[in-house]
Structure formats: structure tokens, C-alpha cells
Design a protein around this ligand. Sequence first.
Ligand code: TMP
Ligand code: ASP
Length: 238
Amino acid sequence: MTKLELQYEGKSKQIFRTDDEGKVVIRFKDDATAFYNIKRAKIENKGKMNCAISSMLLGYLNEHGVATHYVEQVADDEQLCRVVEHIPLEIIVRNIIAGSMAKRLGLEEGLEPENTIFDLCLRGEELGDPLINDHHAVALGLASYDELAKIYEISAKANLLLQEVLAQAGITLVDFKIEFGRDAEGNLVLADELTPDTCRLWDTATGERMDKDRFRRDLGHVRETYEEVAKRIANVLK
Ligand code: TMP
Ligand code: ASP
């Protein structure tokens, strides 16, 4: 595999073409942004830590029946991934109430509902990733009802697998965001990162935040926290 030119650059990742049309290299940057770019910083080592964390978790999902775009880690901060047709929807899975759900509904962070909550958001910064529902997604032509049902099914399975691994690392999976794509055969593929940028992770023993909320809320020790998450997951999965 040879890495070719930069194809796309986002806030926290770059995507490079490769000599294989069906694969891209995703590079994780040290940049952190929150609140739609209002808050920005570089967090030293974040790219490498996020690449390591995402590679371990996506590799684990691949091996346990959840198809993802991840192929292999090719550098400290780079992954080789399959090209998929991206679906511009964000699925947020919530095990514990926190963040925007707590705010929107006036609930205390930390409440544990008996059911798992699935939010569907339209991906698009101009509108602020608005919360939508299945009917909106179908009306917008983004996915069929059948695909949405499968997306929730895969998301629920990923949630159980991730909760199990993270629990062994002493980490509680509060919530996370994932996106999907379709492969050449039309199969749904989890095509996203799984990192402390996109998951809420709480230390099971202390309740300490171990994710991007440390950056969003100025809690300090951002770099050390990402390093600790990577270390703990490696202890379980490597
Ligand atoms: P929220 O509480 O802001 O809705 O976020 C829920 C989870 O989804 C949290 O773990 C962060 C993640 N997330 C993203 O990764 N990207 C996003 O654009 C948003 C809104 C949330
Ligand atoms: N969508 C949010 C932003 O752009 C993501 C976050 O806060 O993590 O800032």
C-alpha cells in the first residue's frame, strides 16, 4: 500500500488516497475543537492516542461480528480503512444521561435509565447536527426504514461489546457517537472513530471524566487522560 495525496481534511482527521482505490489512510491530528470550532487547541500526542484507541476498539468489533471500515494500523497516527459510501447521520448511543440530553431535558448528569437511548442526528455543522428521527431520515433519502432498523441493531451490539471491554479497563461507557456507510455490496459498515473525542468515558471507580469533556469543560489533564485511556484499553486488548 502506498499513501497518496490528501483527499479531505476535517477538524481532527485527514484522509489520504492510496494506490488501492478501495482503501484510504486516515490520519489523526492533535487538534481539538468543541462547540463548533469556538474552542480550539492542540493537544500533544492526542493523534497517536486516538489512533491507538480507535484501532484497538474497531479491530475488536471487527473480530466480534460488527463490520467496521477499519483494516489495520499503519503508523502511530494512521489507520488503513475501507472506502464506503458515507451516510450523513450520527447515531448517539446513551447508557447514562449526560451532555446535550441532560441539558435539553433538564436532567441531572449520571441518571441511569433502564433502556438504552438512541439519538439520530443529521450530520451538518451549518445546522448544528440537529436531532431528527427515522421519518426525517427516510424523507431526506438518507436511509431506508430497513437500514435504520439494522443501524440500531448494529449500534446496540457495538454498545454491548464496547461496554464489556471498557468495563475490564475500569471505564464506564456513558455514551458515544457513530456513523455508518455502505460497502460495494450495500452492506452497512460502522465507519467512524471510537475515541475519547466521540465517547463519554467515566472512571468506574472515581467517576472522573476520561474524555473530551476534560477539554470542553476545562477540567485539565487532557493529554494525560487520553494516554491513560489508551494504556488501560491496551492492557485489556493487547
Ligand atoms: P452530546 O451529549 O453532545 O449529544 O454528545 C453525545 C456523545 O456523542 C458524546 O460522547 C460526544 C459525541 N459527539 C460527537 O462525537 N460528535 C458530535 O458532533 C456530537 C454532537 C457528539
Ligand atoms: N459537534 C461538536 C463540535 O463541533 C463536537 C464536540 O463538541 O465534540 O464542537
